[in-house]
Design a protein around this ligand. Structure first.
Ligand code: ATP
Ligand code: MG
Ligand code: MG
Length: 600
């Protein structure tokens, strides 16, 4: 793998491990904390991180960065990372999303609830909604300690009285209620005696704070909605900013890593956990929140809402469309877990927002596949080449010769290990070549087929072009003619006896298999499709998908779904995980070209 470069998160973790910051923290006696979700007392781990998606959509490349950071750091430092569904919002969640998130994390090669050395990939992930009872206890404690109150102002009044950057907030008339009064009201809220939106529970902090998030933030609201986990048990739900620190503390998280937009929430995170530790609901020291920059990738949008719009408006073919930056889309496109991990490591962790060029992602894919993907030949824009002297040389028009080429170049096979078996394919009187490899009147410097020129059919024979054969009424070439030069087969003693000007790729007509090849290009023509108030739909690239009927050599036709290849001269391709059928119905997706073309 990539050498690890230190970053601010690694430094913080190393310091905490060296100082034993969390070494003595134990939760025995903490209500709910000793047995989170029936999982028992967690083993003491050096560090504990978490990846907490809201199950309201499919994960994308940005989440992959976050997954690699959280699971990666835990792995690196002998710690544990929790997969936790942040499902405290009853309306938006769906089990389709839950399952897709589980698949994505597993596919990337991580496991949760895996105490070091005994990973159990089938264990259930954590669910924030399992902690609703404990969150309610926390709210009761805050009320009792005079740190929370029930506010009956309208949401409009609350908004105005909160003030803004220039104006300090104004205290609510309900702010001075006694704890006993607040307790009664809050229990009434829970018991369904108040309308949705009629009142909220607020933390009592500081209405004059320069940080607006500390001006008595709402922590519970009345909401009659059926929750996918808790059903109709609750008609009050905790706000995310209140729920999240409690989830972290309950699960004994040490380092709570999130993206920069949560920086302003950190003072409330710290305030809340400090108060709950003082109240004996948690043991000190509480988890700490650290923020890193989210991933912005050129030519890509990562807003779940906008991705959903592309899917539901049929601009793409589902969540796993290979043009989408969703993890399922990248997977179907042919990206490997290793390439995404390499990408996450390479872009690093920083504290300021920046844009990453899409070519960086493709570069990681190429690097990963360079030595892994077997080579093969495919003709994407076929025209027939007829070797007119074939019977003269080999005795019969039906004669075929078997050719052999290595599946991996010598440089890709590690020293001392066996190379994979060679590919075999047949050459006969007729082969498919690329239309662009023949010119009746060659442009200057052209080295491929034109009348009189000598080239090698890669891995086969040297041939001499004699000109165009049949043409359509419009003059389009249907057949190219050439003569095979005897005794020049690759790998035989005569191979170098005739000098060829170029080697061209080809597929035999006798054993080549017809294949559907999906040539994907960038989904957007604009590098920043949703910057400012641009309409990202208008930035869609009309040529993001071109489907061609190609011919592939037998080894490619026999690919297993999801197997990756380097099509010689064209780049990396994958047998489509959904539509490809080995042998009978080959379907390939282009993952990436051989060279970077994003800057052009
Ligand atoms: P979206 O804004 O697209 O809905 P989100 O941030 O709401 O995404 P969550 O499911 O809440 O999505 O995110 C889970 C975790 O993934 C969070 O910790 C979040 O910070 C992180 N994350 C989301 N998008 C990115 C990104 N572009 N780069 C890095 N991390 C991200
Ligand atoms: Mg979110
Ligand atoms: Mg969001």
């Amino acid at each position: 793998g990539e050498p690890k470069v230190s970053n601010f998160l690694r430094q913080i973790i190393e310091k905490d491990i060296a100082q034993g910051t969390y070494a003595e923290r134990r939760w025995a006696g903490v209500p709910g904390g000793a047995d989170v979700q029936g999982k028992g007392q967690p083993d003491p781990a050096k560090i504990r991180t978490r990846f907490p998606p809201e199950p309201n959509g499919y994960l994308h490349i940005g989440h992959a960065k976050s997954i690699c950071i959280n699971f990666g750091l835990a792995e690196e430092y002998g710690g544990v990372c929790h997969l936790r569904f942040d499902d405290t919002n009853p309306e938006k969640e769906d089990t389709e999303y839950v399952n897709s998130i589980i698949d994505a994390v597993k596919w990337l090669g991580f496991s949760w609830n895996g105490e070091p050395g005994k990973a159990n990939p089938d264990a259930l992930p954590y669910q924030a909604s399992d902690y609703f009872d404990f969150m309610y206890e926390c709210a009761l404690y805050l009320i009792g300690a005079g740190l929370a109150y029930v506010d009956e102002q309208t949401s409009e009044e609350m908004r105005i009285n909160r003030g803004d950057f220039n104006t300090p907030g104004k205290a609510s008339p309900f702010r001075s209620r006694t704890p006993a009064e607040n307790l009664t009201r809050f229990q009434e809220m829970r018991d369904g005696q108040h309308e949705d939106g009629s009142m909220v529970l607020r933390a009592k902090i500081d209405m004059a704070s320069p940080n607006i998030n500390l001006r008595d933030p709402a922590i519970y609201r009345v909401r009659r909605a059926t929750h996918h986990n808790t059903g109709d048990k609750w008609c009050i739900y905790p706000m995310y900013t209140f729920a999240h620190p409690i989830e972290d503390a309950l699960e004994q998280i040490t380092h709570s890593l999130c993206t920069l937009e949560f920086e302003d929430q950190r003072p409330f995170y710290d305030w809340l956990l400090e108060k709950l530790c003082e109240g004996g609901l948690f043991a000190s020291p509480p988890p700490r929140q650290y923020e890193f920059a989210r991933l912005n990738l050129t030519y890509v949008i990562t807003s779940k809402r906008k991705l959903a719009q592309l899917v539901y408006d049929h601009k793409v073919n589902g969540w796993d469309d290979p043009r989408l930056p969703t993890i399922v889309g990248l997977r179907r496109r042919g990206y490997t877990p290793e390439s995404l991990k390499l990408f996450a490591e390479r872009i690093g962790v920083t504290k300021s927002d920046s844009w990453i060029d899409y070519s960086t992602l493709e570069g990681c894919l190429r690097e990963d596949l360079e030595n892994k993907a077997h080579r093969g030949m495919a003709v994407l824009d076929p025209v027939k080449l007829v070797l007119t002297n074939w019977a003269e040389v080999f005795g019969s028009d039906d004669h075929t010769e078997t050719c052999e080429q290595p599946a991996l170049p010598h440089s890709a096979v590690p020293e001392g290990s066996e190379p994979p078996p060679a590919r075999q394919f047949k050459i006969g009187k007729e082969v498919w070549i690329e239309r662009e490899d023949f010119e009746e009147v060659p442009p200057k410097g052209y080295k491929r087929l034109f009348p009189g020129n000598v080239v090698r059919l890669k891995g086969g024979y040297v041939i001499e072009c004699t000109g165009a054969g049949a043409k359509t009424a419009e003059g389009k070439v249907i057949e190219v003619h050439a003569k095979v030069i005897p005794n020049t087969k690759s790998g035989t003693p005569g191979a170098d006896s005739v000098k060829a000007k170029a080697a061209i790729t080809w597929v035999g007509v006798s054993d080549g298999v017809q294949a559907e090849v999906r040539l994907y290009d960038r989904l957007f023509s604009d590098a920043n499709p949703d910057a400012g108030d641009k309409d990202f739909i208008e930035a869609l690239n009309p040529d993001s998908l071109k489907v061609v009927t190609a011919f592939v050599e037998p080894s490619l036709a026999l690919a297993q779904p999801d197997q990756k290849f380097q099509f010689e001269r064209f780049g990396y391709f994958v047998a489509d995980r959904v539509d490809h059928v080995a042998g009978s119905k080959p379907v390939f997706n282009r993952v990436a070209g051989l060279k970077d073309s994003w800057g052009k």
